[in-house]
Write a protein that binds this ligand. Structure first.
Ligand SMILES: [Zn+2]
Length: 438
């Protein structure tokens, strides 16, 4: 490889708080009738004043803490000014130079650490819908999403391959879901991915003098396709001796390619300035400590604990800790199963093999079904002897074959009894009963 990929990721996560970021409108906008969840604040009407949602701010900080960030005791909101029809006020309330969380990290399975530059709080925009009304092509704006709490998580450009990018994103999604602060559902748009991609000569340590950002990707697979496409495109440009243009591009699902959107803005294009309607926020150390105490056991911690406590394989352990709800279900089942003597492995297998829909079947019902199944797997002596007799009557040829010295005829008869008892009989016992009859 002549070049090495240099990749950073920006991820937007919509929080699932009850209300929006700066007003009392409901934050859950999915499937709602357009423009039914709005008010003067999230419509950006003159004179309307924003009031920050405390829970959203705390959840943003919990994400930061889970990612090992420092939480500065002073933070503020800033205005990011730009024009777009889905942006009601003509600016977005975001954070610029003093965000809630800085300098975090996320560790990949191979031990490599991806630096987290910042985790900050902002508000979502409205949504444009393109439609045809009375024969004319129009763009309609739905402001239900305007002002929904949005957390942005920005990495350092520490990622050097598609595999690392995808692993980082999956781990981040898992952490956010463990914290129960967002569905992080890419199809619904509550988790959106933006890689910035550039190439440097292999062996170079510095950063390239350009980067290409690709906006709003909604699946891990498309992130992989986007990065691969960009790496090839950029390599061709560099090989020609040209410069890669610093710009924002969009991903085209149809062609699995990226297309130019606009030249990349510099931060000063946004004319950031402190939000005058919201006072800066000062924390006490004790505020941050009490938020830290609300963190659940995080995926890596849970994985290590499960691994050492239950002695399951790496694969089983990672499946059982993939989501907090499955991990909780597993541990509750273990607790309930103690008196019955069902093994850890039996319970793990039952859950992993997807025969259990944990949203429907309660742990005690699952345990009961394992017990029932185990009971039905053993067969009474009498029943087994009856089956042996029936099989002998039904297969006179095999019986005489065996008696005339054909050993394999015995195995055939054992197989017939197994079939008759639907696999519940023990082969050694069946053989013994057969021989007793000859
Ligand atoms: Zn509102």
């Amino acid at each position: 490889m002549k070049y090495e990929p240099v990749i950073g990721l920006e991820v937007h996560v919509e929080l699932k708080t009850n209300s929006k970021m700066f007003c009392g409108c409901p934050a859950n906008h999915f499937g709602k009738k357009p423009n039914t969840q709005t008010c003067p604040v999230c419509l950006g009407l003159p004179g309307a004043l924003p009031v920050p949602n405390r829970k959203a701010v705390e959840w943003c900080i919990r994400i930061g803490l889970a990612l090992g960030c420092e939480i500065p005791l002073f933070a503020k909101f800033d205005r990011k000014n730009y024009f777009y029809p889905d942006l009601a006020k003509g600016y977005q309330i975001s954070q610029y130079d003093q965000p809630f969380c800085i300098n975090g990290k996320l560790k990949l399975d191979n031990g490599k650490v991806i630096g987290i530059r910042r985790v900050h709080m902002e508000e979502d925009t409205g949504k444009l819908q393109h439609a045809v009304v009375e024969g004319e092509r129009v763009s309609l704006v739905d402001f239900n999403r305007s002002g929904v709490p949005l957390v942005e998580i920005v990495t350092e450009p520490d990622i050097n391959s598609v595999a690392e990018a995808v692993e980082y994103l999956k781990k981040l999604q898992q952490i956010v879901r463990y914290l129960d602060v967002s569905d992080a559902d890419m199809e619904k748009g509550s988790m959106r991915l933006e890689p910035n991609i550039s190439l440097r000569k292999s062996g170079d340590r510095g950063l390239p003098n350009y980067k290409v950002e690709v906006k709003n990707i909604n699946s891990f697979r498309f992130v992989g396709k986007t990065i691969n496409y960009e790496l090839i495109r950029q390599e061709e440009i560099l090989e020609r001796g040209d410069r890669v243009v610093q710009e924002t591009r969009g991903f085209s699902e149809k062609n699995s390619s990226t297309l130019p959107r606009r030249r990349k803005e510099e931060a000063n294009d946004y004319r950031y300035f402190p939000e005058p309607d919201i006072p800066p926020i000062r924390w006490n150390k004790s505020d941050i400590l009490s938020l830290r105490e609300t963190l659940p056991e995080l995926p890596d911690q849970k994985y290590s604990r499960f691994k050492s406590l239950y002695g399951l394989s790496d694969y089983d352990t990672s499946l059982l800790t993939e989501s907090k709800s499955v991990a909780d279900y597993f541990e509750e089942s273990l607790h309930l199963a103690k008196p019955s003597g069902i093994s850890v492995k039996d319970i793990a297998n039952r859950i992993i093999n997807k025969r259990v829909d944990i949203s429907i079947l309660l742990p005690d019902q699952m345990i009961a079904s394992i017990i029932k199944e185990k009971a039905s797997k053993t067969i009474g002596e009498e029943e087994l002897k009856n089956s042996v007799e029936k099989t002998i009557e039904a297969n006179p040829k095999a019986v005489s074959d065996y008696k005339s010295g054909k050993e394999q005829a015995l195995m055939f008869l054992v197989g017939q009894v197994m079939r008759e008892t639907k696999g519940k009989g023990n082969a050694e016992k069946i053989k013994k009963y057969l021989l007793e009859k000859f």
